[in-house]
Design a protein around this ligand. Structure first.
Ligand SMILES: NC(=O)c1ccc[n+]([C@@H]2O[C@H](COP(=O)([O-])OP(=O)(O)OC[C@H]3O[C@@H](n4cnc5c(N)ncnc54)[C@H](O)[C@@H]3O)[C@@H](O)[C@H]2O)c1
Length: 251
């Protein structure tokens, strides 16, 4: 039996990078994936790949994680179907999308998408997980929650530290509902679509030099951690953040 057979798994930021990789991994394990993203133009290719991976009835939903009305619409859809089992709150924008490290507008956008988006996701799925007697949430944090990095806006670090803190708070709040809440904190992964400063090869080389395993992580390595935390194998694990960083935070 596949690990996520008969499970409904919602993934934000599913059109690209780590979200896409996790969506494929869940589909291979039998999950019905609800792939959410802003990038509607990617939906066709993504759904074809999810079908090929063997996931039954994958769907694409256009959702801006920072908009509560979008979450309300998704919640209405899922409630009509009896809820969901797993949420991977993954969507995010890079802390280097704006080179101005003191831009207030960048602060607002980073906190809106990376932190408020995760809050709204948990707020709107928890009642639907209760309908099914429990569930698992995995939030996307980052090493930037724990260390400062050159060129990375404070708003990014703050947004990911908020994810870290919300993960612990939600794990405590929803334990009695049978809902586990954990986070993954990737280190150096392939650059995000919105990366500017962190896409610079010279900057990247310096960062990789500080990684004990001396290489960039693969999106599949993050997906494996997400699947583990979302699975019944992690049934006694809640409120933790798993670093997938090649040892960066251990230096
Ligand atoms: N790449 C890295 O080095 C790295 C390291 C640590 C953590 N992260 C985090 O991992 C997550 C995924 O990053 P990635 O590397 O796969 O980047 P990516 O840019 O490839 O993917 C991000 C996805 O999120 C979507 N998205 C952005 N804003 C959105 C919004 N408002 N609503 C819905 N979808 C939205 C994008 O369209 C995209 O598909 C992010 O939260 C990021 O902060 C990335």
């Amino acid at each position: 039996m596949k690990k996520f057979e008969h499970k409904i798994v919602v993934i934000t930021g599913a059109a690209s990078g780590m979200g896409r990789s996790a969506a494929l991994a869940f589909a291979r394990e039998g999950a019905a994936v609800v792939a959410c993203d802003l990038l509607e133009e990617e939906a066709g290719a993504l759904l074809a790949d999810l079908d090929a991976a063997g996931g039954p009835g994958a769907r694409f939903v256009r959702l801006d994680v920072s908009r509560e009305d979008d979450w309300e619409a998704l919640a209405r859809l899922l409630r009509a179907e009896g809820g969901l089992d797993v949420l991977f709150n993954n969507a995010g924008i890079s802390g280097t999308f704006d080179p101005d490290l003191t831009s207030t507008r960048a602060w607002e956008r980073l906190v809106d998408v990376n932190a408020k988006g995760v809050f709204l996701g948990m707020k709107h799925v928890v009642p639907l997980m209760r309908l099914r007697g429990g569930g698992a949430i995995v939030n996307m944090s980052s090493i930037s929650a724990s260390v400062g990095q050159p060129r990375v806006h404070m708003g990014y670090s703050a947004s990911k530290a908020a994810v870290q803190a919300m993960t612990r708070a939600a794990a405590v709040h929803y334990a009695e509902d049978g809902i586990r809440v954990n986070a993954v904190a990737p280190g150096m992964l392939p650059a995000m679509r919105t990366s500017r400063g962190s896409a610079d090869p010279v900057w990247r080389e310096k960062q990789i030099d500080a990684v004990p395993l001396k290489r960039v992580g693969r999106v599949e390595e993050v997906a494996a951690a997400v699947l583990f935390l979302a699975s019944d194998e992690a049934s006694y694990i809640t409120g933790v953040e798993v670093a997938v960083d090649g040892g960066f935070l251990s230096l």
